[in-house]
Write a protein that binds this ligand. Sequence first.
Ligand SMILES: Nc1ncnc2c1ncn2[C@@H]1O[C@H](COP(=O)(O)OP(=O)(O)OP(=O)(O)O)[C@@H](O)[C@H]1O
Length: 347
Amino acid sequence: MIRFEGAAKRHPDGTVAVRGLDLDVPAGRTTVLVGPSGCGKTTILRMVNRMVVPTGGRVLLDGTDVAELPAAQLRRGIGYVIQQAGLFPHRRVIDNVATVPRLLGWDRKRARARAAELLELVGLPPETARRYPAQLSGGQQQRVGVARALAADPPVLLMDEPFSAVDPLVRAGLQEELLRLQAELGKTVLFVTHDIEEAVRLGDRVVVLREHGEIAQLADPHTLLTAPADAGVAAFLGRDRGLRGLGLRPAADVPLAKLEPAYEDWKLTLDQDGRPEHWLRDGRPHPVPVFAPARDTLRAALDAAVLAPSGHAVAVDADGRAIGTASRAAVVAALADEGAQVNHAGR
Ligand SMILES: Nc1ncnc2c1ncn2[C@@H]1O[C@H](COP(=O)(O)OP(=O)(O)OP(=O)(O)O)[C@@H](O)[C@H]1O
């Protein structure tokens, strides 16, 4: 666990970057720091690996003040990923990732084997290993950055806006990868972003900061979206926070109706395996919007219900076979169900 105890940073010119932060970052979970530019996010992150030395208070890593640990030993246990990946341009991808194991004294063969394993883990094809960073896309470079940070298997991962330099589609893919990796590896992740969407997607806990590293709210994503602490946090979350909150709740909350031979003027046709084919009206085919209760969110179910020409979203199993339907009214009723469980795993 990482603990900030009144951790403060005042620069020599008098700028107070962080006034005095008290925060516990639990082990094995993802904690996201989010807030406007200049509020002190990067400063807070760098206090952990001592790239910034606090001018007041202290930072404890598993109970030990990081100031008491030799910097090299401290950083061995902490992976660090930054925007633009920060790769060595003149080294091949594989050697970028093998850097830390080599520093730890591993022989070249073992270090490269470990690097190859990590490149696979972060979803890079083997042929990228021999290339130089400039020969990779921005998203691929970020993956290499993550692989490199994981090379020494550190328990702690600091990530400073790691995905902000790539386009939205690539970014969504990288976020998915991080969720998958984190489910597998269970690192203590401290992640900085200025993007609230990214924060609620990735964080088990989200810390909303305002100026001077002051905590405006610390909550799980669902609580944050549904119960912002004050008007300032609500404004920061944006006007569609209610809708986005649906993206955190499982579609499994929607009660399913069994398949009917007809829905007023509409008829649903299935192929021989039971997968939806068309909505038919007057013999004319229309597309069938579907959702998968086992894996999708309430937002996806609502989307399918809104788009369905018949007004009924079709629910499918993992193989795409129709297992029932949900009317718009049924989905809306599920939205209003306050007792519903918040889904963290299926985000
Ligand atoms: N060396 C320095 N000297 C003086 N002020 C500094 C110095 N480094 C940072 N600051 C100031 O400290 C504050 C916090 O900076 P920090 O980089 O932690 O913010 P941030 O929230 O990460 O911002 P961004 O989202 O723009 O990266 C800012 O007001 C910044 O201008």
